[in-house]
Design a protein around this ligand. Structure first.
Ligand SMILES: NC(=O)c1ccc[n+]([C@@H]2O[C@H](COP(=O)([O-])OP(=O)(O)OC[C@H]3O[C@@H](n4cnc5c(N)ncnc54)[C@H](OP(=O)(O)O)[C@@H]3O)[C@@H](O)[C@H]2O)c1
Length: 301
């Protein structure tokens, strides 16, 4: 596709993420209209070829694809409130950090005004927009995703989780949860090592190497949890119970908080007390999963 035929894109908001996104569209040759509440932030992008819209209505009217990396749900609602008459027939891509219910509410609102809605979650930093290190999750209108996928992938590789507008946010929170556990574990260990003279900075590369190996282990963990097959794992509940117990004992003796690992110890203790001490570590999944209506959608190719 030649640059001249690339579709027009509107970017509402030029905060850290919005500015990086608008720059990425300009760099890839998309005609780009920008709007920001604080208009002065558009200056550098206008110098690079963006068109500055004076109002939200002017920005939305400029083209079929409206991308909104605003601060939050309220900012999206407030910004679009003045442009409802011109939303009809356009696609709104909401990239603001939102809850799943906020995404669903906004999807219904957009639909009521004749717009297609895609919810997006940005697993990226401003510096990793339009690089292989970032990726975005989407859910909502399949037609919108299919029609605009190529433009969306200017920002980052795109993963689509189906028509429930809340699904991208659910997956975003799940990824945050995975990261929080790992990062809190690192901070605890850094606190444990500090009195011995190992600084957090010294420990970080070692921890990163270990986490990389842990990431390689995820498919195996997933296979066991997904099939509820816990009998052939090499790392058992009881083995890890002893390890976590030692970690808690060492922390306590050093005066370091044990809050990070006590909940894991409780789970392992319960599994063992229920007669599953010889099962794989992954079997704590049986205690974590609750009743849910059905499997969450997988990303589509
Ligand atoms: N920064 C990151 O590393 C990162 C990474 C992934 C996801 N995110 C998510 O991306 C979204 C944007 O983050 P950001 O870092 O770009 O935020 P930011 O730099 O603080 O920018 C916020 C943007 O929202 C605008 N805004 C705030 N309230 C508004 C309102 N009531 N009406 C109109 N505009 C309003 C601001 O306009 P003004 O310029 O006028 O203040 C600004 O353009 C957030 O949901 C964030 O959670 C951020």
């Amino acid at each position: 596709m030649s640059e001249r035929t690339k579709p027009h894109v509107t970017v509402l908001s030029l905060g850290r993420m919005g500015a990086a996104i608008a720059a990425a569209f300009l760099d890839s040759g998309h005609p780009t209209t920008v709007w920001n509440r604080t208009a002065a932030k558009a200056g550098a992008l206008v110098a690079r070829g963006a068109v500055r819209a004076a109002t939200v209505t002017e920005a939305v009217t400029a083209g079929p694809l409206v991308i909104a990396p605003l601060l939050d749900h309220d900012a999206v609602r407030q910004t679009l409130a003045s442009a409802t008459p011109v939303l009809h027939g356009r696609t709104l891509v909401n990239l603001a950090n939102s809850t799943p219910d906020q995404a669903r509410e906004l999807a219904a609102w957009a639909s009521g005004h004749g717009a297609d809605y895609l919810d997006g979650a940005m697993l990226a930093l401003p510096d990793t927009v339009a690089t292989p290190d970032g990726f975005f999750l989407y859910s909502g209108s399949r037609r919108a995703f299919t029609t605009h996928r190529r433009a969306l992938e200017v920002m980052a590789p795109a993963h689509y989780f189906g028509t429930d507008p809340g699904a991208a946010e659910v997956h975003d929170l799940a990824l945050l949860g995975t990261g929080y556990a790992a990062l809190t574990g690192f901070l605890h260990s850094a606190a444990l090592l500090a009195p011995a003279g190992t600084t957090p900075e010294t420990f970080a590369p070692l921890a990163a190497r270990w986490l990389h190996g842990m990431a390689e282990f995820l498919p195996e963990l997933a296979r066991e949890a997904g099939s509820a097959t816990y009998s052939d794992g090499v790392s058992t509940v009881d083995l890890n119970r002893a390890g976590v117990d030692s970690l808690i004992g060492l922390s306590r003796a050093a005066g370091v908080a044990t809050d990070v690992h006590e909940p894991l110890k409780a789970l392992l203790d319960r599994r063992s007390a229920d007669g599953h001490g010889g099962d794989s570590f992954s079997s704590v999944y049986e205690l974590l999963r609750g009743a849910h209506p059905g499997p969450w959608p997988r990303p589509e190719a």
